[in-house]
Design a binder for this molecule. Sequence first.
Ligand code: UD1
Length: 417
Amino acid sequence: MGKIIVEGGNKLVGEINISGAKNAVLPILAATVIGGKQSTIFNVPNLKDVDVMEKILISIGCNIKRIDKMMWIDSKPLDSIRIPEELVREMRSSIILMGAMLSRIGEVIVSYPGGCEIGPRPIDMHLKALRELGAEIEESHGYIHAKTKGLIGCEIQLDYPSVGATENIMLAATKAKGTTVIRNAAREPEIVDLQNYLNKAGARISGAGTSVIIIEGVSKFNDVTFNTMSDRIVAGTYMIASAITEGEIILKNVIIDHLQAIIVKLREAGSLIYTDNNSLKIIGPKNINSIDMIQTLPYPGFPTDMQAPMMALLSIANGTSIISETVFENRFKHAEELIRMGANIKIFGKVAIIKGVKELTGAKTTAKDLRGGASLILAGLSAKGTTEVENVYHIERGYEDFHIELKRLGANIKKIG
Ligand code: UD1
């Protein structure tokens, strides 16, 4: 399973290139099946979740070549409607294949998804929208069987701006007859990247990045090359690595616009942040300020994926901070582990109250999910003594060479197993 051992106390100093975004590349890889053409995707991060998506695409018949950060996919030979259950269990985002497969061959069988243990994470909005587009969906014995003789564009009003549901609808509607309008769509930058990929491949989509997305169905696609956008959550995590160690890190290949909510909160906490076109320098404060209130929200609000890393930082702030998690239920599992390291955190439903302590102390901890796992490593970087983080595979789902990069920046860190 692997464990990371970190000896706290070192300042992190240096430069890091931020990798391509996991949450952008996963739906884009799903989208490569739609046109039956060849896609060459660059800046593909080397992550466990990407490996799972690659295995899924191979299992349904796609030809793939992956060299370093380039993935070439030929989806012409696709010949299966079944997404292997063990792969879906490993990665909840595989549900995104539903829209893409309905587009391509009008049928898909997929088991109910797994993924991070951060709440029930239902897919009711995905299924409702696909039905509205004309898919017949049967759910039985843990499987979802969806089929259609041809999807038809329609108006879809989402109850909540779900990222995955918005993407699934875009994928399904790309080849549908007529026009689809998604209202109350998610506005995350990863959705803009998906729109850009699809349009380059021949789709006609506009509005991504706003809450109304318009998809005019098309039937002709072409080969495409595409460069994945940079990962704002990975960037935010390294920013906290600097903030929590009184470090000085320069992040290269970032999109400053996507980081605004994080930049504002880290400045409030006392960090000095200088931005340039595609790079950013962050100097961690001697004394971390507490933050009265952080509320996680859909983009452009403060991202839920940064909630756990931020909690690690606020654990050693001067004063009391409040975090309200409004996006996912049950996303505070890292708090128990931070408490083992000496943090003073109380959870009341969706609200966490963090009373800053002078310092954390190393402890044996366990990663329960991806971002929570990263937060324990961040805490360990500043803690007195040795921190062990078990179940590192969670972290490897979303961070490329995390311990190697942190070591390069000066951390005393290693991985065992
Ligand atoms: C995506 C991201 C994840 C991020 C999240 C919110 C990927 C691969 N993952 O997840 O890293 O934390 O956006 O920014 O891109 N919901 C329903 N019914 C549905 C769909 C969602 O109730 O049919 C609920 C969820 O349980 C959750 C909320 O809506 O409480 C937001 O979920 P959603 O935006 O769909 O997140 P994901 O797409 O799963």
